[in-house]
Ligand binder design. Sequence first.
Ligand code: CA
Length: 555
Amino acid sequence: MRSGKESRRDFLKVSGAAGVVLSAVPCPLFGMSVSLIGKPARRPNMIYLFADEHRYQSMSFTETPQVQTPNMAQMAQSGTLLEYAVSNNPVCVPHRAMLLTGRWCYSTGLLENNGTLAPWERTIGHVFKDAGYATGYTGKWHLGNYPELAGFDGHMNWENTDDHWNSNWTDLHGTGQTYDCLTYQPIKMTDQALDFIDAHAAGSNPFFLMVSWNPPHAVFTDAPDDKKALYPDTAALPWRANASSTGTWWPNYQGYHAHITAIDEQLGRVFAKLDERGIADETIVVYSSDHGSMMKSHGSTNKRRPEEESCRVPFLVKGRGIPQGQVQKELFGSIDIFPTLCGLAGIPVPGSAQGRDFSSYLRGGQGPVPSSQFLMHIANKGIVDNLDTYHTPFFRGVRGERFTYTVTMNGPWQLFDNDADPLQMTNLVSDPAHDADRLAMQAELDHWISLVEDPYMHTDYHAMPLTERIYRQALLHGNSVRLYQFMSQLKLSPTQEDQLKPIELTYYGTDNRPLPGLTWAAADAAYRAGVKAILTPEQVAKFEALEILEQNALG
Ligand SMILES: [Ca+2]
């Protein structure tokens, strides 16, 4: 499948079109195009559209030719596809926090589907706004309590988005009012996106717009009837070859793909608007998703897993300066999106960003060559005892160029040869013939765990008393997380949670400000040296009072 670096960047065969057409002259300085008289051109408009749970495999031009995604196919033909885009922590909140902040979820504290993006986080909205962009966001937020502080001038904040026919949105910076949406929600979200484009198409500044659609996330079966009619049965839409235990799941599988076609239709409306306003050549459009969906592959109906259906997502880029029909095969992750969007806009990448800028590839040049991408999942209860809250294990892993390798707290879990076995049907983890491959991938994983400062994989972490673990977690994450957010990830009774929630641990640093640059290693060294002054005496006392939890939190 992948036979060397020279072949990593291919070009789709596009009938009736030249293989490569650059619509702007690339410039080595931040990729800005340059006008003929030498003045820097205005930065491109940027539209980042993303679905929820749309896997890479379910597009017409990838691995499901039966699903109708003509606008996504057109994006691939007239733009660039990052073929190996990986959701590093394939579930909503962790991915969205990485997307918005460019930092690993250990750093933001948003490890699971709960918690709040801290109000002082500097988001991609702030970065674009400070670079002179008009900024807008519409759709699902799912990052807690402070969307109005996330750097978007216009923000239509949607709630209850899983019911695609009965949800609501709040115009945070306009009327401040909340409105019901009783029609198919992606249409209304897209209406808002088109309104934003209309309002800013002729503006004096470029615009940055994020559109967060909920489908094809569940509810699957409430997809529009006309889209479901496209897939009446398994003859029209076969199960994926590694699907099993499909049972009564068909209506969900049908609805999932019907939602994808419906989202594709909305994508087409965005392109039509750019054409209508005459700004398609001044704009870069990205389509992606927060994670994929198993849809009964390997019998699972979840995401939160390391297999390809869960972790690989669409990543299509089209517009100013983007080569046509290019397929870029380097491994790209959630953590890389933030710096890459900055790079595409010609905005210097903030030093806080922990991923890599792939924008050079998206202008037809060379770029980073990662040997793997990090994968992880921390279930709500998994932090304590590896319980299987979501029927998905608490794991770490790597998606390498050839192998996918994962470990749980019980040891090595999976080794798949994705070249020989793209459907991941044969687990080689105990095969002596692949011992060297397993060890090489373990080394790769060790590198990532060190790089991202994963405290839960730290030596003897799980042998520590609970209070010490909590203390260490707070040392590491206190810059953005309240104590009870950690508590919500432990296995606590409702009574215990009630006891904990009033405790305002606040944040370390007594002024409620983050302490940038405090790494796990530094926190660990400080702890071992007996330094507790990072916390206030009151905070330390509150930790010590938590001893009451020790006896039963592991029960
Ligand atoms: Ca999601």
